[in-house]
Design a protein around this ligand. Structure first.
Ligand code: PGA
Length: 250
């Protein structure tokens, strides 16, 4: 039995004042004791304070990225140990915005995943195809290759303590969502691929869908057999919308 997870990726949004009102509204609206686990990923400077606001709420804290190196002269980077120290339980790795805008390679993503795990953080490994790749019929190949590229470095065992997020690039921030059938096809392929390497992990790894998840489409997406919750960007900044998405996973 896989516990659904709904994760809010705040991206580069918010301020101390805005975060405080978002969290306070979330605490009123969401019921983390329900079946789904809930997590939010604020920008680095707000992790500590958001963690304090969430204390004892049952809502987990995550970061949006992590350095693959343990420590040292890496100006501008944030280590897994620091994230753990700041109260994070999760961290996103390989988000398409990191891959596309900041040139993160599969090897780097694998390094980040392993760095996160070595400090007890649960990485959320993001994969997904571009519109061109989907239209060229390459979706399943592309996603499989992205997964293989990371697993060839980290090993399938790394997925025993990781979450996968399928996020079609064309659906991120565009208002265009994959249909539940489109998403399910990819999720089932990912699960079969992992199960082919390790049947137990294939059955237990949680695979989230991300890309314009909203209250109006969440329930249908989350009802699919291989969709175990969502990674939510824009809609996670609106407390009522995010709460309704979370309810859709419960
Ligand atoms: P979106 O972003 O929900 O705004 O499409 C999802 C994500 O990038 O994780």
């Amino acid at each position: 039995m896989r516990q659904p997870l709904v994760a809010g990726n705040w991206k580069m949004h918010g301020s101390r004042v805005e975060n405080a009102s978002l969290v306070s509204a979330l605490l009123d609206l969401v019921q983390p004791e329900k079946r789904a686990e809930i997590m939010v990923c604020p920008p680095f400077p707000y992790l500590l304070e958001t963690g304090r606001l969430l204390k004892d709420s049952g809502i987990a804290l995550g970061a949006q990225s992590v350095c693959a190196e343990a420590q040292g002269a890496f100006t501008g980077e944030v280590s897994a140990a620091m994230l753990k120290d700041a109260g994070c339980a999760y961290v996103l790795v390989g988000h398409s915005e990191r891959r596309q805008l900041y040139g993160e390679s599969a090897d780097l993503v694998a390094g980040k995943l392993m760095a996160a795990q070595s400090h007890g953080l649960v990485p959320v490994l993001c994969v997904g195809e571009t519109l061109e790749e989907r239209e060229g019929g390459q979706t399943l190949n592309v996603v499989s290759r992205q997964l293989e590229a990371v697993l060839s470095v980290s090993g399938v065992g790394s997925l025993a303590k990781a979450v996968i997020a399928y996020e079609p690039v064309w659906a991120i921030g565009t208002g265009r969502t994959a249909s539940s059938e489109q998403a399910q096809e990819v999720h089932a392929t990912i699960r079969a691929k992992v199960a082919g390497l390790d049947a137990t992990i294939g059955g237990s790894v949680r695979i989230l869908y991300g890309g314009s998840v909203k209250a109006s489409n969440a329930r249908e997406l989350f009802a699919m057999p291989d969709i175990d919750g969502g990674l939510v960007g824009g809609a996670s900044l609106k407390a009522d919308e995010f709460a309704r998405i979370c309810a859709g996973a419960g």
